[in-house]
Design a protein around this ligand. Structure first.
Ligand code: GDP
Length: 446
């Protein structure tokens, strides 16, 4: 997926760093060099990479890090903060007009995902109680109006389109009439889908600029395909000069893009990324959060928070023990029981498990199903087992499970569920320990 390689490389860089106590200037330089290469290979624009690495280097060599107990962790934190910064800092939400209708104009190259996004946005807004209408102002591409009609129907949204068979209409007039129509019919949001070209050209810009003047939109969203790599910056700049825009939509973030566009566009244009579009279906749309995206890129989960919590809940020695336990390949139910007492101190068990890094999709889902209120019952079940059973769940046959259930006052199903869940968690921890996922093994050293 997007950022996969970049993530792997950054995580690898930090892994090496983590084994160090104090950081020398050459450690910092080495790390910065690695980060620089990783970003360039991910197609991040050169200027962005330069600024980014210069800032990271300066901060990493400062007293802030030098005096810290855990310099490596500090560096990770700095990289994280600077990543959030180049992604735009704080989240910027879609802005609505004080007096309806809110006009949202879409701009971007052909194939960037504008029409699809128009449908996604209409659907999302409908879900939030708005009454959006789509305006078909892409009259260049023969099939564009039809395509918008299809997504409007899928989204269950209204559409304003020129009469078919009318020859080539005037997109500026259509846009203007569309906004007027929306006002009359009391649609509170108008989404104008404009024409794109395969490459940036002057006529396209002129037209988009005219539409902008004619409709005075509250938002002009520039939709950019995350896959376009190094071209992202030039395209974004051309649209900024030609039409200007108030926000960015990253599309196709589900693809195998290297992530360069995503990482360059906000800082090069100074315009916030508002949405991330990540799939062909209409619900594949997310609000963009710079901080979450940075965490995702660093694949750290909330590891920094986790470390902080560990540090405040235990003394260092104890924190290290927990980390070792988690990383241990032979993690048994006996360990689980012991740790459960300690982990309780760290706050919600579920939250704790959710903060483990490198945990995508299914695994995360499984952990999220972990109900904290069950901890008491879980303890009872484990206590109902013999030490041999705790150390090796493989020997838990039907009659043993029935006995445990009776002894701990739960159903056999609950015993089965616990054992399954535990086995899954143990598998996951083994993976983490083998370094297939980021973080945990070195956690104590960070
Ligand atoms: P437009 O020319 O800018 O209106 O672009 P379209 O909306 O027609 O999208 C071009 C192609 O990209 C279509 O095949 C879409 O299905 C596909 N597409 C759009 N958004 C996404 C996305 O977020 N993820 C993926 N995988 N495909 C997308």
């Amino acid at each position: 997926a997007t950022f996969g390689t970049l993530s792997d490389r950054l995580v690898e860089t930090f892994k090496n760093l983590r084994t160090k106590g104090r950081l020398s200037a050459s450690d910092v330089d080495g790390t910065v060099r690695e980060i620089r290469r990783a970003l360039l290979d991910a197609d991040v624009a050169l200027q962005v990479v330069k600024d980014f690495t210069a800032k990271v280097r300066e901060r990493a060599l400062s007293d802030e890090v030098n005096k810290a107990l855990n310099p490596a962790q500090q560096v990770v934190q700095i990289v994280n903060e600077e990543l959030v910064e180049i992604l735009g800092g704080t989240q910027r939400k879609l802005q609505f007009a004080k007096v309806a209708p809110t006009v949202i104009m879409l701009a971007g190259l052909q194939g960037s995902g504008k029409t699809t996004f128009a449908g996604k946005l209409a659907k999302k807004l409908q879900g939030e109680g708005h009454t959006p209408i789509l305006v078909a102002a892409d009259l260049q591409r023969p099939n564009a109006v039809n395509q918008l009609q299809v997504v409007a129907e899928q989204a269950g949204a209204a559409i304003y389109a020129p009469e078919p068979g009318n020859g080539v209409g005037d997109p500026v007039k259509v846009s203007k009439a569309g906004v007027e129509f929306a006002r009359q019919k009391q649609h509170d949001v108008v989404i104008i889908d404009t024409a794109g070209r395969l490459g940036v050209d002057e006529e396209l810009m002129k037209q988009a600029s005219k539409i902008r003047k004619a409709t005075d939109p509250d938002e002009v969203l520039f939709v950019i395909d995350s896959m376009i790599g190094q071209d992202a910056v030039n395209t974004a700049k051309a649209f900024q000069d030609g039409v200007d825009f108030t926000g960015v939509v990253l599309s196709k973030l589900d693809g195998d893009a290297r992530g360069g566009a995503a990482l360059s566009v906000a800082s090069v244009t100074g315009r916030p990324i508002i949405f991330a579009s990540n799939g062909e279906t209409l619900d594949a749309l997310e609000d963009f959060h710079p901080d979450r995206m940075a965490s995702r890129i660093l694949d750290l989960g909330d590891i920094l928070t986790l470390i902080e919590q560990a540090q405040s809940a235990f003394d260092e020695e104890e924190a290290r023990k927990v980390a070792e336990k988690l990383a241990k390949e032979a993690f048994t139910l006996e360990d689980f029981l012991e740790q459960m007492q300690q982990l309780k101190k760290m706050g919600s068990m579920k939250k704790m498990l959710g903060m483990l890094p490198g945990m995508g999709g299914q695994m995360k889902q499984q952990l999220e199903n972990f109900d904290e209120s069950e901890i008491g019952r879980t303890e009872a079940i484990i206590r109902g087992m013999t030490p041999a059973e705790r150390n090796n769940t493989k020997i838990l046959n039907g009659s043993r499970r029935a006995r445990i259930a009776r002894g701990s006052g739960v159903s056999v199903t609950e015993v089965n569920q616990l054992v399954n869940r535990f086995e899954q968690a143990a598998k996951m921890m083994k993976k983490v320990a083998r370094g297939e996922n980021a973080g945990i093994p070195g956690m104590g050293a960070m």
